[in-house]
Design a protein around this ligand. Structure first.
Ligand SMILES: *[C@@H]1O[C@H](CO)[C@@H](O)[C@H](O)[C@H]1NC(C)=O
Ligand SMILES: *[C@@H]1O[C@H](CO)[C@@H](O)[C@H](O)[C@H]1NC(C)=O
Ligand SMILES: *[C@@H]1O[C@H](CO)[C@@H](O)[C@H](O)[C@H]1NC(C)=O
Ligand SMILES: *[C@@H]1O[C@H](CO)[C@@H](O)[C@H](O)[C@H]1NC(C)=O
Ligand SMILES: *[C@@H]1O[C@H](CO)[C@@H](O)[C@H](O)[C@H]1NC(C)=O
Ligand SMILES: *[C@@H]1O[C@H](CO)[C@@H](O)[C@H](O)[C@H]1NC(C)=O
Ligand SMILES: *[C@@H]1O[C@H](CO)[C@@H](O)[C@H](O)[C@H]1NC(C)=O
Length: 473
């Protein structure tokens, strides 16, 4: 994920207030208390999302199964999009896209079923890979049509990613945690971020609940403890920060002593999801109840009063969200919904938020015109009356997420292998896979390692030019 400049600050939030009373005639009206309304609006919004991936005659627009067009869309966004479309199918029962979703998930698994496709070695970070893992876990939890015989199951593919993450845990710096990047030549190699570590936590929690295997739960506890007590990317009172540097630099002693304190909706979503799975796995333990409640409490900053309490990403005020950030709100909505299901005591808190911001997200889409037609493209700012002119995969995915999440009251619970989940596992898939990853020849970078940094720059330049760095290594 490309969050290189974490410059957006809360002060940037616009003072524009939404005025739901004066909606344009073409606005899409969602009634979140009405199942038919939620289903119908979800369908229209999902269709536009799909059209950004494939045409009606099933041609993938990028030309490669499972990929969106690059640029502007990175690999992880395709994984996130498929996850949203699997949620859409689960919530509404509309299986129109399932065959092509399945084909996309399988093709991007790569030759070794590890979600490390060679085409992505210029970009892939742990968080990117984890977004595919979340999608694979949803496929397992919802009994999405299984892969054909001879292909590992959704569960096995998730376990492959989990096993790979295990070998990337690094105690020598910051007392633990995985780095942002998988490949040493990518910018961000020296950063331990929330999305990668929180994502590893969530994946562990979901594997624990699905399989009942306590090894995964123990790992989830270990990662949470590192996040809260050592890094600390999650504070004692559950504020969630973005990440921390391994290397020392201007005013930063390194070794994760000075976190980047930007707060993002998706980082909270990732943590809330993981805590909800752990709450359920532990049969409603006090500790996970407290953590889940604390994390949800702290998300109130994303519902600012000046935006009428509508879900807002900090970068929206100045409209300088990048292509990654425009989708972030969708993941908070996604895992609020998971929390409502797996920790029903949170439903009275999160469902009204999903309802209110869901209505706002729907009215921020371009509605059908009075003369017919209309595209249902959705904008970035939900608190603004009407469409703000921004559209793309991220905006569409986020809107679909929060609208479809309102189906929770009419949805079945996610499955586990004990309650009808049929996905096949393989606890050892992906083990030892990381041995094949090329490494730069300077070991673990020490603070202020100038030679290392220089080599890194050279490799980055080569990587930018093309795939030729493989030859150099
Ligand atoms: C694509 O298919 C959908 C559903 O069948 C239809 O409503 C829509 O108009 C079609 N779009 C185009 C561009 O043909
Ligand atoms: C990698 O790129 C090649 C060439 O564009 C393409 O044929 C192949 O399908 C891609 N593989 C994946 C997993 O995206
Ligand atoms: C880095 O941080 C970890 C965890 O807080 C600590 O155990 C370790 O001693 C620190 N290393 C250095 C070199 O300060
Ligand atoms: C949760 O309850 C079930 C059923 O009583 C039990 O089998 C399981 O061991 C419990 N899980 C934990 C983590 O305590
Ligand atoms: C969450 O917020 C509620 C209401 O403000 C408060 O009573 C509760 O103590 C908070 N819980 C945690 C764990 O922060
Ligand atoms: C766990 O989730 C199920 C729904 O999937 C729910 O029925 C159950 O009440 C949850 N357990 C707890 C302790 O809340
Ligand atoms: C639980 O998961 C761990 C980690 O993958 C694995 O080593 C172990 O064999 C699993 N245990 C069972 C009973 O499946």
């Amino acid at each position: 994920m490309k969050l290189l400049s974490a410059a957006q600050a809360w002060t940037a939030v616009s003072l524009l207030a939404v005025n739901l009373c004066s909606l344009p005639a073409s606005a899409i009206v969602l009634d979140p208390t009405n199942e038919d309304s939620v289903r119908a609006v979800s369908k229209d919004v999902a269709q536009v999302l799909w059209s950004m991936y494939a045409s009606n005659d099933s041609q993938v627009l990028s030309g490669i199964t499972g990929l969106l067009t690059y640029p502007p869309y990175y690999w992880w966004q395709a994984g996130a999009m498929f996850g949203q479309l699997i949620d859409y199918w689960y919530y509404t029962g509309d299986d129109d896209y399932n065959d092509m979703i399945r084909a996309g998930l399988i093709h991007q698994a790569g030759d070794k079923w590890d979600y490390m496709p060679a085409n992505q070695s210029k970009d892939e970070g742990n968080d990117d890979q984890l977004f595919w893992a979340f999608t694979l876990m949803s496929a397992a939890e919802y009994n999405f049509p299984n892969p054909p015989d001879g292909t590992p199951g959704w569960l096995a593919l998730s376990q492959s990613i989990w096993n790979q993450l295990g070998t990337r845990w690094e105690a020598a710096t910051c007392g633990g945690g995985v780095r942002w990047q998988i490949y040493q030549w990518l910018p961000g190699w020296n950063y331990k971020n929330l999305a990668s570590n929180g994502g590893y936590f969530q994946l562990s929690a979901r594997l624990a609940l699905f399989t009942g295997n306590s090894t995964y739960a123990d790992k989830a506890v270990e990662i949470f403890d590192w996040l809260q007590n050592t890094s600390p990317l999650v504070t004692k009172d559950f504020v969630v920060y973005d990440g921390s540097n391994i290397d020392a630099g201007s005013g930063d002693q390194g070794n994760c002593t000075k976190p980047d304190t930007n707060q993002w909706t998706y980082n909270y979503g990732i943590m809330i999801g993981g805590a909800a799975y752990m709450y359920n796995y532990t049969n409603g333990s006090d500790i996970w109840r407290e953590r889940l409640t604390g994390l949800i409490n702290k998300t109130s900053i994303f519902f600012p009063a000046q935006n009428n309490g509508i879900l807002t990403e900090p970068c929206e005020g100045p409209q300088n969200c990048n292509g990654d950030m425009v989708s972030f709100k969708g993941y908070l909505a996604r895992w609020y919904a998971a929390s409502a299901q797996l920790a029903p005591f949170t439903a009275p808190t999160v469902m009204p938020l999903l309802q209110k911001s869901g209505i706002a997200a729907a009215q921020a889409c371009v509605g059908p015109s009075t003369t017919g037609g209309g595209s249902y493209e959705c904008g970035n700012r939900w608190y603004q009356t009407g469409y703000d002119g921004k559209s793309g995969v991220g905006e569409q995915l986020a809107a679909l997420s929060i609208i479809a999440a309102n189906m929770v009251p009419w949805s079945k619970s996610p499955l586990t292998s004990n309650s009808g989940g049929t996905s096949k596992g393989n606890p050892s898939l992906g083990t030892g896979q990381d041995e094949g990853i090329p490494k730069l020849d300077y070991g673990v970078a020490t603070a202020g390692d100038k030679a290392g940094a220089a080599i890194l720059t050279i490799f980055m330049a080569v990587a930018t030019i093309g795939g030729a760095y493989w030859l150099i290594i």
